[in-house]
Ligand binder design. Structure first.
Ligand code: NAP
Length: 344
């Protein structure tokens, strides 16, 4: 059946300016890291994306390697675009990235100009797009001059392959350097994509969150739900079909006794606020305006609806924040720490 987007979609979401740029992003964005590979039914992927758009989620985040196998999430999204979302292309912000392993040999990963530009072209082909809205360097490459990686982003933007440039998981020091290089090239760094949630607060410790605000660079926090830990689902064990049951990136060893005790307390606070824990986790990441958008993932459309509902209560009292502080305890769950600490 022909898809027609919900008429009230823009009444259901809030849009926030991405740093000092003119780009506005939805407070909640959708990422296609998991649940968009060959191991997932196409109808569910379609349902997730169209439900998101119907709830005002205009931003879809991809990367060359999302799958499995790598590339298949971009293929899947390309067919949803072709069948359903193409008429709405100018209402969408689509991003992709290059940094992780895509093909064998010395040019298949990291940050060389050779890899970045070839990978961007492959992503465009897989999605059937002329351009992406945002293209990212997915991780810092200690073996390539930063000028080369940023130069590749500049070329990607100037050649019309992308509208905006971004970086992901760069630490504060490398972020400052990358932002300065891009500024000199005349292609601003519009956005940084770091991991951030109540159980993974490295962006606060590292000073990255403050630095981005100072530099006027927007930010989109990935894994705001700690891959699903910041929901009720693991309070009674590991449910079948959940991410922790799949041994992919949320390992059962991450569900420590300390984490579960804290998540139970956080869930009580969320209930007191009249929202789900997922909604409170998103609101917490967005608190104070320092982060532009919370980048969630979903395995079913109902999760998207729940997460989009976070915008109905984004405010916290000082008491709520100090209560949350007691339980927003860091756990060893930052799988991307190596990337940001690579050269320090
Ligand atoms: P997340 O939002 O922290 O976790 C998503 C998972 O949480 C879902 O798969 C689902 O788990 C569960 N969930 C979501 N909403 C729920 C709800 N309302 N109620 C109960 N459970 C809910 O984010 P993520 O999927 O780990 O990552 C989000 C996006 O960030 C990715 O798709 C990608 O775009 C981006 N990302 C970027 C990088 C990078 O290096 N730049 C790295 C990782 C991710 P179940 O599957 O168990 O149902």
């Amino acid at each position: 059946m022909t898809y027609v987007a919900a008429e009230n979609r823009y009444d259901r979401m809030q849009y926030r300016r991405c740093g000092a740029s003119g780009l506005k992003l939805p407070a909640v964005s959708l990422g296609l890291w998991h649940n968009f590979g060959h191991d997932f039914p196409h109808e569910t992927k379609r349902d997730i994306c169209l439900t998101a758009f119907d709830h005002g989620i205009t931003h879809f985040d991809l990367a060359n390697n999302y799958g499995p196998p790598p590339g298949s999430a971009e293929h899947a999204f390309g067919s949803i675009l072709k069948d359903d979302l193409k008429p709405y292309r100018d209402e969408l912000i689509i991003s992709s990235k290059a940094g992780y392993l895509m093909w064998p040999g010395p040019y298949g990963e990291m940050g060389s100009r050779k890899y970045m530009i070839a990978s961007c072209d492959q992503s465009l082909k897989r999605m059937g797009l002329d351009y992406v809205d945002i293209f990212y360097s997915h991780r810092y490459d200690p073996d390539t001059p930063l000028e080369e990686t940023m130069g590749a982003l500049d070329t990607i933007v100037r050649s019309g392959r992308a509208l905006y440039a971004g970086i992901s998981s760069y630490n504060t020091e490398r972020t400052r350097e990358a932002v300065a290089i891009l500024k000199d090239l005349g292609t601003p760094c519009v956005i940084h994509q770091p991991s951030y949630n109540m159980l993974n607060r490295w962006v606060e410790r590292d000073g990255l969150k403050d630095a981005l605000q100072e530099l006027g660079v927007g930010s989109i926090a990935f894994t705001p739900l700690a891959q699903g830990m910041l929901t009720k689902k693991y309070l009674g064990g590991i449910p079948d079909g959940s991410r922790a049951a799949q041994d992919k990136s949320l390992f059962p060893s991450m569900l420590t006794e300390n984490a579960i005790t804290n998540i139970r307390k956080l869930n009580e606070i969320a209930e007191g606020r009249g929202q789900t824990l997922a909604q409170m986790a998103i609101a917490w990441v967005l608190r104070g305006g320092g982060i532009t958008s919370a980048l969630i993932g979903a395995s079913k459309a109902s999760q998207v609806i729940d997460c989009a509902g976070a915008v109905n209560n984004l405010e916290f009292t000082a008491d709520e924040l100090s209560e949350i502080e007691k339980y927003a305890d860091e756990e060893q769950i930052n799988l991307w720490a190596k990337s940001s600490e690579m050269d320090s």
